[in-house]
Each structure stands twice: as C-alpha cells, then as structure tokens.
Design a protein around this ligand. Structure first.
Ligand code: PMV
Length: 350
C-alpha cells in the first residue's frame, strides 16, 4: 500500500485569505492561480503493518529533515488528522510512513503547503486504493482542500486554475482555466529570505477576521465592477480568468498587484498584525514599478512571505532574472513557467 505523487506550488492572482467556513476550509471567494513548474513537492506514502505510529518527514533546502508532530499546529495537525480520517474511510488500520521532498524553501511564502498537501492527499488516497476519488479532478480538489488548504486544491489541475466557491458557499472545487501551454507567462521568484514565517497561514486565516478591512475585502471581491472589452461587468476573479483567456497582460498585472496589496492590507491590520513583507520586498515593489515604466512587462505579487513573485512574459524572463540577480537584496531567483498539476509517479522516495 504505497504511492507517490508530485505536485507543483502555485502563485495566486486572486488570493485566498480568511475563510467563510473553517471546518470545511471554504474560502471567502473564488480564487485563481498559475502552477509553478520548477517548484514541486514529491511525496511517498506507505501504509504497512510494521509501522507503530504515523511518521511524516519533510525535506527541503531550508530544513534538515523536519519530523512533523501532530501538536506542531499549523498544517501538521491537519496532515495527521487526514491520515486518520482517510484510514477510517478506507477501513484500514495500518499506520503510515510519509516522506515529502520539496525542491524549494519550506514555509517561506512559495506555497510549499500547496505543493505538499496536493501531493500528500493524492498519494494517501492512492495508497489506500481510493482511486475513484483521485480519478475525478473536482473530487480530488475537494479531498485536497479538506486536508486544510484551498491553495493546495488549485495545484490539482494543469496550468492556470481556479478554486470556485459555489454561490451558496457550501462547496469549493477546482476547474482548469487554461492549460500550461496556453500562455508563456513566467514567474521569477526573487528570494529575499528563506526564514520560515512566524505566523502560519492557518493562524493567519483565523486572524483575518480581526481586521476591520476584511468586510471591505469581501465586498471588493464580490462586486461586479470590472468592465470587460465586451462591456460586461464582472467581479475580480472572473476578470482575472478573462485576462488569462485573452492573454491580456496589463489587465492581469493591474488586477493581481491590487489583490496582493489588498490581501496584505488585511494581514497588516489584523490583531495582532501579520506582517509578511520585508524591506527587500518593498524595494522589489519599487523596482517593478520602475521597470514597468521603462517598458518591461512585469508585475509583482506576494503570498504569505517576503519573497516576491515577479510575473513576466517568457521573452523577457532572462533579462528580468539578470536584473534581479544583480540586485543587492535578492539572494537568488527561481524561474517558473506554467506547470502541470498533481501526478502519480512510480518512483518512490523509499
Ligand atoms: O493554503 P494556505 O492555507 O497556506 O493559505 C495560503 C494563502 C496565500 O498563499 C497567502 C494566498 C493564496 O491564495 O495562495
């Protein structure tokens, strides 16, 4: 009873921050993203009689091999709970060994949990022979979300994807917006710090409710105020989707930067405040605005960490990387084209 899956991290254009239902991990709105081809997690799960307890180990460039404990909080507790829940669903009693290898820093705002949880849920369900839940993309995305993350669910489909919150707010599932070859966007991640974040995103989603700006964010996400070329008025998630389908870089840039700043405004105004950006992040925002004024198509977005995701077109990616690598506060860059979603593979980690 062993299975291995590889899943990509992703970068959100309309972000998921705060939830409409914490037990079911439902977001406050539809969110969308692009998979990152070069930032992946590979996870092997085995259920066997000789394991006395569940063991989960994460290996990443900024960890020495972290053995997760159920009481660690953050996402760890959810991983152990999921093992128990899915074991019961499959009618199995064996304990599990889980090993996950990330090829990029863990908990540094590059969606390590998205990649990790998508690979984890897919491998667990396959190892438990619940293949019908893996074969159906919508159902797999629900299963991934229920591990504890809407952003992880977005890593299930290939390319550009959206996690759709249903109108009655009782369900959220993922659909593809466009495949990875649809648009040659590149996300150059400018790493300014590899430290693990002090406030986990799990805590952050709860703290969002303490921000007086959260109601304003919900209204801003729901309002149908963005005018498309067809004169149709749509909300921001739909406008991002249309900008991807139409390959409208300027529109995506404007919607995406605005959303990142809006989300960080909620974070900063929570009690206690959650401040993920660093001086290097702010300098990169300034750099991006200057580069854009000079004619380089580029925009920024940030998740829950200081590292900037700088989105450009493939033909400008090398130039952008060169500029960033010569920038004092950038430690290194990771260039990502749009990638495929989660995959089962036959080469196991143990
Ligand atoms: O998936 P979580 O619970 O780690 O939340 C991540 C949320 C952000 O990365 C900050 C935004 C997003 O939509 O990816």
């Amino acid at each position: 009873m062993k299975a291995t899956a590889i899943a990509p991290a992703n970068i959100a254009f309309i972000k998921y921050w705060g939830r409409s239902n914490h037990e079911k991990f439902l977001p406050l709105s539809t969110t969308n993203s692009m998979n990152l081809a070069s930032c992946t997690a590979k996870t092997t799960v085995e259920f066997a009689t000789n394991y006395e307890h569940d063991e989960i180990v994460i290996i990443a460039p900024n960890t020495k091999g972290e053995i997760l404990q159920p009481q660690d909080g953050d996402k760890s507790a959810e991983l152990f709970k999921t093992l128990e829940r899915l074991r019961q669903l499959a009618g199995v009693e064996y304990k599990a060994r889980v090993r996950s290898e990330l090829n990029f820093p863990f908990k540094a705002g590059i969606a390590s949990s998205a990649a990790g949880m998508a690979a984890f849920a897919t491998a667990v369900l396959t190892a438990l022979d619940k293949r019908e839940l893996v074969a159906d993309l919508k159902e797999l995305s629900r299963q991934v979300r229920l591990v504890g993350s809407v952003s992880a669910a977005r890593s299930v489909a290939d390319g550009f994807t959206e996690a759709i919150l249903t109108a009655d707010q009782t369900d959220c599932y993922v659909e593809q917006i466009a495949g990875p070859d649809h648009w040659d966007l590149v996300d150059v991640v400018a790493v300014v710090g590899e430290q693990q974040k002090k406030t986990s995103t799990s805590q952050g989603h709860l703290l969002a409710e303490t921000s007086p700006f959260l109601p304003a964010r919900i209204e801003y996400l729901q309002a149908e105020t963005i005018k498309l070329a067809s004169d149709r008025l749509v909300n921001r998630a739909e406008a991002v989707k249309q900008s991807i389908l139409n390959k409208d870089f300027d529109m995506l840039a404007s919607l995406s930067e605005t959303d990142a700043l809006n989300m960080h405004s909620v974070m900063i105004t929570s009690t206690p405040p959650v401040f993920y950006l660093s001086p290097g992040s702010v300098k990169l925002i300034e750099l991006v605005w200057n580069l854009r004024q000079q004619g380089l198509p580029v925009f920024f977005t940030f998740d829950a960490g200081p590292n900037a995701h700088l989105i450009t077109l493939k033909k400008h990616a090398a130039e952008l990387e060169k500029i960033l690598q010569a920038t004092e506060f950038v430690q290194y860059t990771i260039s990502n084209e749009a990638g495929v979603g989660v995959r089962l593979v036959s080469e196991h980690l143990f």
